[in-house]
Ligand binder design. Structure first.
Ligand SMILES: O=C(O)CCC(=O)C(=O)O
Ligand SMILES: [Fe+2]
Length: 747
């Protein structure tokens, strides 16, 4: 494969992304504040942990980046914990956490580092200095790179608002999530008519070659994005000094008053250079001479452009042509009616059929399966919305750039990566880059590349795909989140046969099961092997039977379960007797660290736990995607190196006590009526003195659990590695470890 010799991975090997020492941590796009504490008691540790859970609504200060970016780093060797607050000084939620930590500290719970490192200084700065007043929409503190300017008298017309440029506006004070989404970007150089006044005035006044203006649609505010921090400072000074004033022409052009509240430097490609996206490959100058193909698509004689293709909320503004299959921008999928066979559509050109065939032929040498191509022609200022190409297309996706350069932005949750693509470059997306990250090109006139403003020119891109016909539709399973989410809605069989079941029988369950204190031996062995201070998630903790065993090992347990009634019993007297004597009840029993949650959507932070147990839970999940999603979630919350113990009932049983005739079963549980008081027993069946309730179970056959593990794939740059597996006392068990996925694993 000669072509592959020139392939370069875009980013160098990652430094651990969770390292607080990494100033370019991909987790944070803002200047973080670090807090380092040590000698935590169990209570403090958990306190911080729980405080760091995401707020239910996005933070109104920091939009989607929010305190969800708060990271906790465990440094087990010196028993300290480092907490990264994204921007504690400006954000209400972060302030709340800071305040709470301050309280805990003044109660003697937290101690600062004593080694004099910068972390200590930052910690002290955050913890001991009076925090500035909480921001309001009009008064804000001035963190680096942001200025609040009580100024302006102009309004930009919504029809000029082209698209979102979120990287430039990550911290919009006083905006709600909706307003954040509504925030649109327009580039003054694309304006015409009335706006030429603005363009000329600002351009002259600011003496800037290029700049961006952002206008939230429903807010009387305007944001300016400038190429660098020096420009920001210069403009701020001009405004402060009264040098910059709107002239009459400008005032008369714009009808409503708006206030400029932010000036921010444009995001530089450099800022995300350390972010690695597995499966993203760029080959520089793959096509050496692009001129013939570029000239073909830009000459007036090329009339093959599709007209006015619909997309969600409008029509596609850039020019497009499709070959092989039509790309539908409403569904991001193939429009199957317009197949090549119908004669409506041209196929992919071959062997000098057209002036641009040489590009396709070259690609076909490396990727023989391509059968679809979309040609996009972008004028300066035009872009493409963020999307993941749908499952109707296979992988890889190949894009070749002709003519002008652009920065393509990749997004995944709070992560961003900016990729500069120039004339002749080939970009290939597979694995996580294809399925887990979205890509898009922001609509603007300029990009900031390695501290240089790069002006956009006309660009033509050829996107080659492998379209999968209806007959061959089955694609290898990929954790394509949107699709999986649809498939993992809790079905009635689980709502009734699991959640309702446990809510009804909780009291008796607790009385007869937990009090007997029988823990599954493999799990106890697993917990005994954990390092002290580990944070252990008990996924499906029920009435908290395993929490004492977790605490006994010097670890901290955080549990969740779908049954609120079982959760209420966590920490209540009646736990296993042997444990009862050994732990200090007040450390957890008074406030068990448990939350009502579905095991498919854990309320725990990404990479925050050292270990997880999931005991007798998987056999209550009724479909494969749900089982996969459960283990996907556990992988998400574990740090790299973290381990999980997963166990579920086996179809294969020994002895006469329990027998399953089928993998899908209802297992009855009999309850004495006295335990049902006030609970109603309408679900149960009268069975003499006892009321019988049916519990839904899917019992596992040999190898089935490992298969689920295999299907999980890559989650946040991590995957499972099986450490051990087996059958024990009627259960299949699997021990799995969370390992980091290196970019090369996927390329
Ligand atoms: O213009 C490009 O390079 C990418 C286009 C793209 O993502 C698409 O057509 O799906
Ligand atoms: Fe795409």
């Amino acid at each position: 494969m000669a072509e592959h010799r020139s392939i370069t991975l875009l980013a160098p090997p990652p430094s651990p992304p969770y390292s607080p020492m990494n100033p370019h941590s991909p987790y944070s796009t803002t200047s973080p504040t670090y807090i380092s504490v040590q000698k935590l008691s169990a209570v403090d540790h958990l306190e911080i942990f729980l405080l760091s859970l995401p707020p239910s609504a996005p933070c109104s200060c920091c939009g989607e980046s929010s305190v969800e970016e708060l990271k906790i780093f465990h440094k087990k060797n010196n028993k300290s914990v480092v907490i990264e607050l994204p921007h504690a000084m400006n954000c209400v939620n972060c302030r709340a956490i800071c305040d709470r930590l301050k309280e805990v500290k003044s109660a003697g719970g937290l101690e600062g580092r004593t080694d004099g490192s910068p972390l200590k200084w930052r910690y002290l700065a955050s913890m001991t200095q009076a925090l500035p007043p909480a921001p309001t929409t009009t008064t804000t503190s001035n963190p680096p790179h942001f200025f609040n300017l009580p100024w302006s008298k102009f309004n930009l017309l919504p029809k000029f608002i082209a698209s979102l440029v979120p990287t430039n506006v990550i911290q919009l004070k006083g905006l709600t999530g909706q307003a954040y989404n509504a925030l649109s970007a327009c580039d003054v150089t694309t304006f015409s008519g009335e706006l030429t006044g603005l363009k000329r005035s600002l351009k002259i006044l600011l003496q800037l070659p290029f700049y961006q203006v952002f206008v939230p649609q429903r807010l009387d505010k305007v944001f300016l994005a400038l190429p660098n921090i020096q420009e920001c400072e210069r403009v701020k000074k001009m405004i402060d000094d009264g040098v910059l004033k709107l002239n009459d022409e400008l005032e008369s052009s714009f009808v409503r008053e708006r206030e400029i509240i932010e000036i921010k430097a444009m995001e530089d490609t450099e800022s995300t250079k350390d972010v690695v996206i597995p499966g993203l490959t760029v080959v520089r100058k793959y096509v050496e001479d692009t001129s013939t193909a570029f000239n073909y698509f830009t000459s007036p004689s090329c009339t093959a452009w599709f007209s006015q293709q619909r997309k969600r909320g409008g029509v596609v503004s850039r020019k497009v042509i499709h070959y092989g299959y039509v790309f539908d921008y409403v569904t991001n999928d193939i429009l199957r009616e317009y197949q090549q066979e119908d004669g409506v559509l041209e196929g992919l050109p071959e062997n000098d059929q057209t002036p641009w065939s040489y590009v396709t032929d070259k690609i076909r040498n490396t990727y023989p399966d391509i059968n679809q191509c979309t040609v996009n022609s972008y004028l300066p200022g035009q872009g493409i919305g963020h999307h993941v190409d749908a499952t109707g297309f296979g992988e890889p996706l190949i894009s070749v750039s002709l003519g002008g350069s652009i920065v393509m932005e990749f997004r995944k949750g709070p992560f961003r990566k900016f990729v500069f693509l120039e004339d002749g470059d080939l970009m290939s997306l597979e694995g996580a880059a294809r399925w887990e990250w979205s890509h898009g090109i922001n609509s603007r006139m300029t990009d900031l590349v390695n501290n240089k403003i790069v002006k956009r020119e006309r660009r033509v891109s050829l996107t080659y795909r492998i379209a999968v016909t209806k007959e061959k539709e089955v694609m290898p399973f990929r954790p394509y989140v949107a699709k999986v989410e649809d498939a993992v809605k809790t079905p009635v069989v689980e709502l009734e046969g699991v959640r309702e079941f446990y809510n009804k029988v909780a009291e008796q369950w607790h009385h007869t099961r937990s009090k007997r204190g029988i823990l599954w031996p493999r799990c106890v062995e697993f917990l005994n092997g954990l390092e002290p201070y580990s944070i252990v998630a008990d996924v499906g903790c029920g009435d908290g039977k395993y929490l004492p065993a977790i605490f006994k090992n010097g670890c901290f347990g955080v549990g969740c379960d779908i049954s609120v009634e079982l959760l209420k019993l966590c920490g209540k007297s009646g736990g296993p007797d042997v444990m009862q004597q050994e732990y200090d009840k007040t450390s957890w029993a008074e406030r068990p660290e448990v939350a009502a949650a579905d095991c498919l959507r854990l309320p725990l932070r990404t990479s925050s736990c050292d270990a997880a147990i999931c005991i007798a839970v998987m056999h209550h999940l009724s479909t494969l995607p749900r089982r996969v999603k459960c283990l996907t979630e556990i992988l998400r919350i574990l740090r790299v190196g973290g381990r999980a113990d997963v166990q579920a009932w086996a179809l294969e049983q020994e002895g006469g006590k329990r027998r399953f005739d089928d993998q899908e079963v209802y297992v009855p549980f009999k309850v004495q009526p006295k335990y049902l008081e006030g609970k109603g027993s309408e679900l149960g069946e009268d069975d003499g003195d006892l009321i019988s309730f049916d519990r839904y179970c899917h019992v596992y056959t040999e190898g089935e659990l490992e298969k689920v593990v295999e299907d999980v794939g890559i989650v946040d740059g991590k995957r499972w590695e099986v450490e051990g597996k087996g059958w024990d006392a009627g259960n299949w068990w699997v021990r799995i470890r969370c390992v980091e996925v290196k970019a090369k694993d996927c390329s």
